[in-house]
Design a protein around this ligand. Structure first.
Ligand SMILES: Cc1ncc(COP(=O)(O)O)c(C=O)c1O
Length: 360
């Protein structure tokens, strides 16, 4: 493969910071770079608290667990998303209620309201898909009216904003992913952000095997997980956070160039009023091309692309799940494709990609 979908892009400081970690010998899930990484996230997103973890999936799981979501509880969750938004609901043996998107590609708030009224879910896991955001004011109003907890899956949306407020900071919890293809990477990692100090302290404890404080031995009154991020990987995160604004600017420039070249044959994921999308991946739907044929033609030229997420209600795993839908995500899936969006992509490469797409 010559061109990947969204490969890592080092800032240049990573090895220096890793060297610091080795000098300190905190080659462990504790250390100064974990604190620096968490504090960089708080400064950037204005989240009051952050917890560095081995994945965003782990963050969603901790959020559900500390909110007391368990067997028999219902959780409303985006239908047009990656499985990691939904799997933690299953870890807790709760029931996912799938909520489809509308033409904005984000969760359909009318369908969400219907589900809130009929199902009374305890929590909502809302994905900010491809870095886009829904009308967050309307969403927060709904959540308050029905008394559900809002957990934002911002795995793809670090740096996206609504009225200047960051994705991940509207709900009681939010997560960001730092896996290998995200806006920034630690080679695998996630951040849980939260508004409530006591709940975040609980999440922190559960992330490190739920050890009771103030005992000379390991004392446990409940079970936890081994979910903490390594200090080595946090050093990479600190180096990556230093260039976040440049990376978002580049992602947005890539999106604009694709749109300029392909507007005649495709519709791009919209950015609704008041929102600013990080454009993690440029995602579009073709007017009358088959996305799988385009994917194949790109692949033949050594270029990676990917169909948009296959909706959860089309997955065999969720055949029995309740789903509130008008079928919008099915149409997006039938016509959608994500184009290479790595921040080291050169303008001539984007032109080459667009030429191949046009020729299909
Ligand atoms: C929408 C969404 N949620 C959750 C995740 C999971 O993130 P992680 O790989 O850090 O667990 C991803 C990406 O991997 C994602 O795209």
């Amino acid at each position: 493969m010559r061109i990947y979908l969204s490969p890592p892009h080092p800032s240049g400081k990573e090895l220096q910071y890793i060297q610091d970690v080795f000098t300190s010998n905190y080659i462990a899930p504790v250390g100064a770079y974990l604190e620096r990484f968490e504090s960089a996230i708080c400064t950037y997103t204005k989240a009051p608290q952050a917890l560095a973890l081995c994945s965003a999936t782990a963050g969603l799981h901790l959020a559900l667990r500390v909110l007391g979501i368990g067997p028999g509880d219902k959780v409303a969750v985006s239908n047009f998303t990656f499985i990691a938004s939904v799997a933690p609901i299953l870890y807790q043996q709760a029931e996912p209620i799938l909520i489809d998107c509308d033409e904005s590609w984000q969760m359909d708030l009318n369908l969400l309201e219907e589900a809130l009224r009929k199902e009374r879910p305890k929590a909502i896991v809302l994905t900010h898909i491809y870095g886009g955001m829904a009308d967050m004011q309307a969403l927060v109003d709904l959540v308050q009216r029905y008394g559900a907890h809002l957990i934002e899956d911002g795995a793809e949306a670090l740096g996206s904003t609504y009225d200047g407020k960051h994705a991940g900071t509207f709900g009681i919890f939010g997560v960001y992913s730092f896996n290998g293809n995200k806006l920034l990477t630690t080679g695998g990692g996630g951040i849980l952000v939260g508004q409530d100090e006591a709940l975040m302290a609980q999440a922190r404890k559960l992330a490190t095997q739920a050890k009771e404080p103030d005992f000379p031995w390991y004392e446990h009154t409940t079970y936890g997980y081994n979910y903490r991020l390594s200090n080595v990987l946090a050093a990479i995160g600190v180096a990556q956070m230093e260039v976040i604004q440049e990376r978002i600017a580049k992602k947005r420039a890539i999106f604009a160039k694709y749109r300029h070249h392909l507007e005649d044959i495709a519709t791009f994921m919209p950015e609704i009023p008041q929102t600013r999308c990080n454009r993690w991946l440029t995602a579009l739907t073709f007017h009358d091309k088959n996305p799988l044929q385009v994917q194949e033609a790109l692949m033949a030229a050594g270029i990676e692309s990917r169909p948009v997420w296959k909706p959860m209600d089309l997955q065999p795993l969720f055949q029995e799940a309740r789903c509130y839908s008008k079928g919008v995500s099915h149409d997006l899936f039938a016509r959608g494709l994500c184009l290479p969006s790595g921040t080291q992509l050169q303008p001539h490469q984007i032109e080459e990609i667009c030429d191949i797409v046009h020729s299909c």
